[in-house]
Design a protein around this ligand. Structure first.
Ligand SMILES: [Zn+2]
Ligand SMILES: [Zn+2]
Length: 352
């Protein structure tokens, strides 16, 4: 049973929103802070096989979700339900189209830490920190559209792996070959006999995005996340923020995690074989102790206009890391290229 305090202010009964950096819900109306009760806990990983075979059903949660007609993202609306825009593509959303949907309940959450103001400061530092950004953009007050806090869904996977492989080590040597009256040194590889070996490794918290609305390039660069500070999920943390519904399921996410693990294992095998080159003739990996968690991570999403073009960016609300595309000044780039050409030419002339 949800307690009454988690919906309305204890003092005046008005709507409350989660305040970044705290464990409180704050009332917009009278300013009262309503504590979210905290209890002792230990992070529990869930058994992946049990859930994949559907012996175990994941807990669900009922939320009001709207599908963006522009980009197809399934998202909740923020507290200002009367006028809302999709955080990903800016399409106007009509609150009348909200539908109650069952979503898989997250197990843990990293609550918002930096508030909107701090996130904006980080964004302008990020813009100003790049010399190539046009001066005009650095000086003018940028008007940020739709600056919104969003909880993005992620999966984390753990696995203990045992890999048996057969490989060959290649060591480089040089051979002198006579071509006409010239002697050339040619690099060749001497291969060892094939041999078998094994490698075991524990993968902890391989992070896979459950949404496809943001470019994965930006999502991956928002890492690292302080996952050691995850807290048990409570709907209270969502108040005043937008949440996106999962697009990538548990199984699909695991396949992505597995391919990340496979490529790490390949690098480990290459390092183990050593030498200048390696041949992996075959490898077989056994996955044990497979576990997962379903978590929500906090970001701010916004965009700004420059010369009629829209530039979207994302801020990690835990670390202040900003990712996105910046407009670059063509004149500054041309100046640098000319400068480099001039430098090379003068070094060349001086050395003559
Ligand atoms: Zn109040
Ligand atoms: Zn959209």
């Amino acid at each position: 049973m949800e307690k009454k305090h988690s919906i309305n202010c204890v003092n005046c009964g008005a709507d409350v929103a989660f305040k970044p950096g705290t464990h409180s819900l704050v009332c917009d109306y009278c300013g009262t802070e309503n504590d979210i009760p905290q209890e002792e806990f230990q992070i529990k990983e869930l058994d992946l096989n049990a859930y994949l075979k559907l012996d175990q059903k994941q807990k669900t949660l009922k939320v009001e979700i709207i599908q963006c007609p522009g980009c197809g993202a399934h998202e909740t609306l923020d507290s200002d339900k009367s006028s809302s825009f999709c955080v990903y593509c800016g399409t106007a959303l009509v609150s009348g189209k909200l539908q109650a949907e069952e979503i898989i309940s997250p197990d843990y959450i990293l609550p918002f830490k930096l508030d909107k103001k701090e996130a904006l400061t980080r964004t302008s530092q990020w813009l100003r920190g790049n010399w190539f950004v046009p001066n005009k953009l650095k000086k003018d007050a940028i008007s940020y559209a739709n600056f919104k806090g969003v909880y993005l869904p992620f999966w984390t996977y753990d696995a203990k792996t045992y890999t048996h492989f057969t490989g060959q080590r290649g060591d480089a040597y040089y051979q002198e070959v006579r071509r006409g009256d010239k002697v050339q040194r040619i690099r060749r590889i001497r291969w060892s006999a094939a041999y078998r070996d094994q490698i075991s490794h524990f993968f902890d918290d391989i992070l896979i995005a459950g949404s496809t609305s943001l470019r994965s390039k930006y999502l991956n660069s928002l890492a690292p996340w302080d996952l050691q500070n995850l807290v048990p999920f409570k709907e209270d943390y969502l108040r005043g923020f937008i949440t996106e519904k999962f697009k990538i399921g548990l199984k699909e996410g695991f396949l992505k995690a597995k391919s990340q693990m496979e490529s790490s294992i390949t690098s480990m095998i290459r390092r183990r074989i050593g030498g200048d080159d390696q041949r992996i003739i075959n490898k077989q990996t056994q996955y044990d102790q497979l576990t997962f968690k379903h978590i929500l991570l906090p970001v701010y999403i916004s965009s700004f206009q420059y010369k009629g073009k829209k530039y979207q960016f994302v801020v990690n609300s835990r670390t202040g890391e900003v990712q996105g595309k910046k407009p670059l000044s063509t004149i500054k780039i041309v100046l640098v290229v000319l400068g480099v050409i001039l430098l090379i030419t003068s070094i060349y002339l001086l050395s003559k």
